[in-house]
Write a protein that binds this ligand. Sequence first.
Ligand SMILES: NC(=O)C1=CN([C@@H]2O[C@H](COP(=O)(O)OP(=O)(O)OC[C@H]3O[C@@H](n4cnc5c(N)ncnc54)[C@H](OP(=O)(O)O)[C@@H]3O)[C@@H](O)[C@H]2O)C=CC1
Ligand SMILES: N[C@@H](CC=O)C(=O)O
Length: 376
Amino acid sequence: MQHDQGVNPTPSKPSARVALLGTGNVGKAVLDRLAAWTGTPRGASLALVHAGNSRGALRAGRLCPADVRRRLLDGSPWHADPVLANLSGVADALAGNDPAHRIIIDATASSEVADNHPRWLAQGIHVVTACKLGLGTTLERWQAIHDAAAHGNARYGDSATVGAGLPLLRNIRDLQAGGDTIHAIAGVLSGSLAWLFNHYDGKKPFSEMVDEARQAGYTEPDPREDLTGDDVRRKILILARAAGVPLASDEVEVESLLDLAGRETGQDRHGARRDDSVVPPPLEALLQRRHRDAAARGAQLRYIARLQNGGATVRLETLDATHPLASGAGTDNKLAIWSDRYRDQPLVIQGPGAGAEVTAAGLLDDALRIARSTPD
Ligand SMILES: NC(=O)C1=CN([C@@H]2O[C@H](COP(=O)(O)OP(=O)(O)OC[C@H]3O[C@@H](n4cnc5c(N)ncnc54)[C@H](OP(=O)(O)O)[C@@H]3O)[C@@H](O)[C@H]2O)C=CC1
Ligand SMILES: N[C@@H](CC=O)C(=O)O
């Protein structure tokens, strides 16, 4: 394991020490991006000192990202120390004698990791996360993160939590910083469901396509999180709260695709056996019919989140082809923002909204912004 890449073009500013949690789809893409920066100023500004997953962690004064990545990829044993996987020790891995920034990158979907965000922030450790469980679940946890960040004078990088790094939260915050008031937002916030509805033609089973989306790294680790709308619920909560509407989780009215199907057959999804298919036959039939009806009038199925009049909804909608939210390709997310400034015509932001590479880029954008700022 290489410990020092020997590049530090800005000796006045020590490299930020970085701990990466999660080495799945997104974590691997973070390692790839860091590896590609080896020998560049970007690479020099971020020193990876800890890389861990649920089974163990590697730790060194400076880990070589390509080496960590190779160990994960080539099937060679992942010689990580399981003791180092203990989250209580991650802060120790970031300790040092210089005033460098300390950054934890959360590329997990772990509630246990999200529970630790406030503790790390309060210790002055910056947290950069793709996981929505920090800001997108209970108001208490959201508040705890804000309070801890203020207390520890630490930053919380959340760009990757909505739109997989698209500049959605940044634009909402910039508008407000300029004195604008957000009145409503609406959008396609699930990259996997966007991809599914962009490709679904009623012929190939939806279940097969969900599997393809999972293999492409667009879905949550458990695709049911996407199909139930829970993932989009978290995203609209994060956006709403950033826009100054502190909604509680149960204040978002969510139409789960799985419940839609259950409603049709009178079955309760909560009664489903664990080994049931992710896409039960009634949902296949329902989507086939909804797709056929939409296509017959040149319309599109879209899973839309809306925030207006202090409330939020998430549901499957049939949109005319001319509707501003109907167009898009691949995993495109699309967000329309109405504000004082954009009263009649909304500000619309569109682009790929899922995938490991764009998400890793969003995470590292946040990490670099922190690394380049002056440590207190
Ligand atoms: N895929 C996408 O397009 C996007 C994903 N995200 C978010 O990124 C996150 C990661 O997604 P993805 O990479 O697909 O998920 P994966 O399931 O592929 O990877 C999750 C990783 O987290 C690790 N992990 C779980 N618990 C812990 C723990 N306690 N400590 C350290 N590591 C832990 C897992 O360990 P192990 O390897 O041992 O199982 C695994 O390496 C999710 O929160 C997701 O919502 C956000 C935007 C877009
Ligand atoms: N599963 C998510 C991934 C990004 O957050 C999605 O489909 O958008």
